[in-house]
Design a protein around this ligand. Structure first.
Ligand SMILES: O=C(O)CCC(=O)C(=O)O
Ligand SMILES: [Fe+2]
Length: 233
């Protein structure tokens, strides 16, 4: 390789990533239960009532039982960057597995491309500051992420309860703001149509003001995900 060949700063597109972008978008747009956010620079979709009350309550109970302080993949100087609590939800448990598979089927990606479903709980004042779900391919962590399934393609998130005040998910560059609503699934493409990471997917879990916010998040990789001892979030 020439010494002048420079690594792309955050990662590039590929035919395979572009194909996933298009296939998933087509699938979601064909689903009559789903609406698309009317923005130009990102693909964001809403599915109200994806989970019923019973499933939401089951997941809330599991999160309350297993929660621990949330972590970050890349170190941050800001101690308040991600102040929520999280847990991994066992995809093989009889309570989680059907939900996990329904989510993969909705997106149209094989379940093995999905990372472990993650539960999150935000008490008043807790937040997850602006970040990308895709991996920056010029960072130290990328080698491990590349080996464990590669880039994150789509994210699917479900709000498990209504929050009295605050806790919206905000995409400042795309201009999308979603208030938590029990059972609502939010899905977005972390890539641009050409498969390169999309900077307009920058998003933030804004602070909860009143009440408690419970969500689950599922990140899909471009290849089957390999569970490594390294934390991926
Ligand atoms: O809490 C939210 O609304 C956003 C959560 C999020 O961005 C994530 O889990 O990656
Ligand atoms: Fe995120």
């Amino acid at each position: 390789m020439s010494i002048f060949a420079k690594k792309p700063p955050i990662g590039g597109g590929s035919l395979a990533r572009a194909r996933v972008s298009a296939q998933v978008a087509t699938r979601l747009e064909a689903n009559p239960a789903i609406r698309k956010a009317k923005v130009e620079n990102a693909q964001v979709y809403y599915y109200p009532g994806f989970l019923d009350d019973r499933d939401c309550d089951t997941l809330i109970r599991l999160i309350d039982t297993n929660r621990r302080p949330s972590t970050l993949l890349a170190a941050s100087d800001d101690p308040y960057f991600r102040t929520s609590e999280s847990c991994d939800l066992d995809r093989w448990s009889p309570e989680v597995r059907p939900i996990d598979e329904r989510m993969a089927n909705l997106i149209g990606v094989p379940p093995e491309h999905g990372e472990t479903m993650q539960g999150q709980r935000y008490a008043p004042g807790q937040q997850f500051r602006a970040h990308y779900d895709w991996f920056a391919e010029n960072q130290d962590y990328w080698a491990a992420m590349k080996a464990s399934g590669g880039q994150r393609t789509w994210t699917a998130m479900i709000y498990l309860n209504d929050v009295e005040e605050g806790g919206a998910t905000w995409f400042p560059q795309a201009g999308v703001r979603v208030a938590p609503k029990r059972g609502l699934l939010l899905a977005w493409n972390n890539m641009k149509p050409d498969g390169a990471p999309n900077p307009a997917t920058l998003h933030e879990g804004t602070p909860v003001v009143k009440g408690v916010k419970y969500i689950i998040t599922k990140w899909f990789r471009e290849h089957p995900w390999i569970n490594m001892p390294i934390q991926t979030y």
